[in-house]
Design a protein around this ligand. Structure first.
Ligand SMILES: Cc1cc2nc3c(=O)[nH]c(=O)nc-3n(C[C@H](O)[C@H](O)[C@H](O)COP(=O)(O)O)c2cc1C
Length: 192
């Protein structure tokens, strides 16, 4: 049987993003469980704000096509998303929207349907971005992604990471790595 393939990214393009650090930890957990993991930074795939007129007149941007190809090639996603005003970031929503668009005779939602995801967040605040995850889960579920029940929101991000990008709190570090391992384990059982 082949190894499962996981695409890992955060909903922040900020330099030194806490959520990008968080998803790196989960990615290492998935790798340690035997998955093949590709970590990307959405800042490397800049996209215009989705607009149907733009789509009709100029077609799919090259970065949207590249991202869609990456999504299609992978069995599951590890996603760490910051909470902006209690919800998903515009970067993650815009990415999801571009990648959701059907091009030519593609199967609708080909990049999402039947895939699995594990979501997490971190924030300097006390709730760790928990309220945003409700929306991330809802959006992904609506487009056919199986979002695993376990999720973690890590509070106190400002002082939470060491200079190597690891969480100083050992329990939190193990919890986030465990999310990656969970997704790898789920995919191993379910990919053909
Ligand atoms: C527009 C905006 C809205 C924000 N709203 C929230 C919020 O509702 N809850 C929260 O915990 N943090 C909020 N924050 C703070 C972010 O959690 C913080 O900027 C965090 O570092 C973003 O994640 P990143 O480090 O991965 O980029 C907000 C930040 C911005 C820019």
């Amino acid at each position: 049987m082949r190894s499962s393939k996981i695409l890992a990214f955060s909903g922040s393009g900020r330099r030194d993003s806490y959520n990008q650090k968080l998803v790196n930890i989960a990615a290492d957990g998935a790798k340690a469980s035997g998955a093949e993991v590709t970590v990307i930074n959405l800042a490397d795939f800049s996209l215009p704000l989705f607009d149907e007129d733009l789509e009709r007149e100029a077609g799919n941007p090259a970065n949207a096509a590249k991202l869609k190809e990456l999504f299609i090639e992978h069995d599951g996603f590890l996603i760490a998303c910051p909470e902006y005003n209690s919800s998903i970031t515009p970067l993650l929503k815009n990415t999801i929207d571009w990648v959701s668009r059907k091009v030519g005779d593609e199967v609708p939602l080909v990049a999402y349907k039947g895939k699995a995801a594990c979501i997490m967040s971190t924030s300097p605040g006390g709730l760790g971005g928990l309220r945003g995850l409700i929306h991330v889960r809802s959006i992904l579920s609506s487009i056919g992604v199986i979002v695993l029940p376990d999720q973690i929101a890590v509070s106190g991000a400002g002082a939470g990471f060491d200079e190597n990008g690891q969480l100083k709190d050992e329990k939190k570090q193990a919890g986030i790595a465990g999310l990656g391992a969970n997704l790898a384990g789920f995919l191993e059982k379910h990919i053909s």
